[in-house]
Write a protein that binds this ligand. Structure first.
Ligand SMILES: O=C(O)CCC(=O)C(=O)O
Ligand SMILES: [Fe+2]
Length: 460
């Protein structure tokens, strides 16, 4: 019987990658494929029976069993021959079917990280970031926290902020149903066709909405996002000089999609709950620095806090790209809900290793942003983190970014300073800092974007 090659070409949704399933018709053990690669290397061959992957080089020939999946990470011209070997009267008969196919788009180099920033194949999860139980604050009815009964909790928060800049919390009082509702709404939104999502696309003027081309440190992230602001609509500009160009640059209105219909409500209800948690955490942070619990409250009257919905699609080259490149959060504090896929990595302060944050059901990941670093005069540092992608599963996450009013001049807090601890930062105008950082997220730019250390006084 003549063997047949069945080609089943399945382009990836982002159309960067092709998988081709090859099957001989009769699937007998004596049928094989032979491949000749005429173009670039980096085809992965995966035989379904053994699941092994072989890297190949141009021009090589591979004979493999009757059923396999070929994945190309570069544009490849592939000459395929399938043949059936049967032994008739001790004579090998070889019947060939030949096909030539072109498969795989080029890897889009915009997504490719420099070798030193690519994910490692081994992942460290051993000693994770601290897990903190917030139940002690749930017994308090007062508006602001009372120091005495939560001494240990305050210590735990302080030490996590110092050592890691990151921790996870449980028993946080954000209702699970509200979280599940926004997670569902996010999934439905991202599942819409691109044309639909582009109706609420962010641009250089409208800074909120959908965006699929975010760059971190000049490399494109493997993700799509949707941003909305928690507080609408008062925006008091960064400076009161009417001619200051920072004042007119951006349009801050939320841009709600029509679909799914419950999207806006799900987002707003969740935002209220997670915002309450963020303020409680700020009280704990204040206490841990020896400040009065409501020390930070005033900065958030006209806050610019926002929520981001992140969708990281499965990626055909997770060894080259990142869902989100290494970065520090610019705001005050981040409260992040990640799903059960995993992928967030935190730079361990003690040795610079990347540590994977293990997903824990119904927990939140909290991290210190650049503004706490400045207020605390470096007692608590904003720590680098990044997101790995994988080739099998999409990942969703929802960070809430607590951010002050645009006009806030953030500077080391007087109460924390003395002769031995002089201020190491000059004031950072939040609105201007944020604008400068946002401009760099749209596309590749020639200069490294503004960082918080640019505000440090020169050391002698
Ligand atoms: O998706 C994540 O786990 C992290 C997201 C993040 O770090 C960010 O959006 O700033
Ligand atoms: Fe982040």
């Amino acid at each position: 019987m003549e063997p047949n090659i069945h080609l089943n070409v399945e382009p990836n949704r982002l159309s960067i990658y092709n998988h081709i399933q090859l099957k001989t018709k009769q699937e007998s053990l004596s049928s094989f494929f032979s491949f000749t690669f005429l173009s670039k290397p980096n085809i992965a061959l995966q035989t379904q029976d053994r699941g092994s992957i072989t890297e190949t080089s141009p021009g090589s020939v591979h004979i493999i069993p009757h059923h396999c999946i070929v994945s190309a990470t570069h544009k490849n011209i592939l000459h395929l021959t399938s043949f059936d070997q049967t032994n008739k009267n001790n004579k090998a008969i070889q019947k060939n079917t030949q096909t030539t196919i072109t498969m795989g788009e080029e890897v889009d180099t915009a997504f490719v990280q420099a070798p030193e920033h690519r994910p490692k194949s081994s992942v460290i999860v051993a000693e994770g970031i601290p897990l903190i139980d917030l139940s002690p604050i749930n017994y308090q009815n007062e508006d602001t926290l009372l120091d005495s009964s939560i001494e240990n909790l305050v210590k735990e928060i302080g030490s996590a902020c110092k050592k890691w800049g990151f921790f996870q919390v449980i028993n946080h009082k954000v209702p699970l149903d509200k979280r599940e509702r926004i997670e569902e709404a996010a999934k439905k939104f991202f599942a819409l066709g691109l044309e639909e999502k582009l109706k609420v696309r962010r641009d250089a003027v409208n800074v909120l909405g959908y965006f699929e081309a975010e760059h971190t440190k000049n490399v494109r992230d493997w993700k799509e996002i949707y941003d909305f602001n928690v507080q609408e609509p008062t925006f008091i500009p960064p400076s009161d000089e009417p001619d200051d160009e920072e004042n007119v640059q951006f349009q801050w209105d939320n841009r709600w999609p029509q679909n799914p219909p419950e999207f806006k409500e799900a987002c707003q209800e969740y935002a209220q709950e997670v915002e309450k948690l963020a303020y409680k955490l700020m009280e704990l942070v204040a206490l841990s620095l020896g400040l009065v619990p409501n020390r930070f409250r005033g900065y958030f009257t006209h806050n610019t806090s926002n929520i981001r919905l992140n969708h990281y699609p499965a990626c055909p080259y997770p060894h080259l790209a990142l869902g989100l490149g290494r970065h520090k959060d610019t705001g005050v504090l981040t409260v992040l809900a990640q799903d059960d896929t995993g992928g967030l990595e935190v730079r361990r302060k003690s040795d610079g290793e990347w540590i994977r944050v293990k997903p824990i059901f119904n927990s939140f990941i909290i991290n210190v942003g650049d503004m706490i670093q400045v207020w605390s005069n470096d007692a608590y540092e904003s720590v680098e983190h990044r997101v790995m992608v994988n080739s099998e599963k999409d990942r969703f996450s929802i960070p809430f970014f607590l951010k002050p009013a645009l006009y806030t001049d953030v500077k080391p807090l007087e109460e924390l300073l003395d002769d031995r601890n002089p201020p190491i930062y000059r004031p950072v105008n939040w609105g201007k800092f944020r604008s400068a950082r946002m401009r760099s997220n749209f596309a590749k730019s020639k200069v490294e974007n503004l960082q918080i250390y640019d505000f440090k006084f020169p050391s002698n």
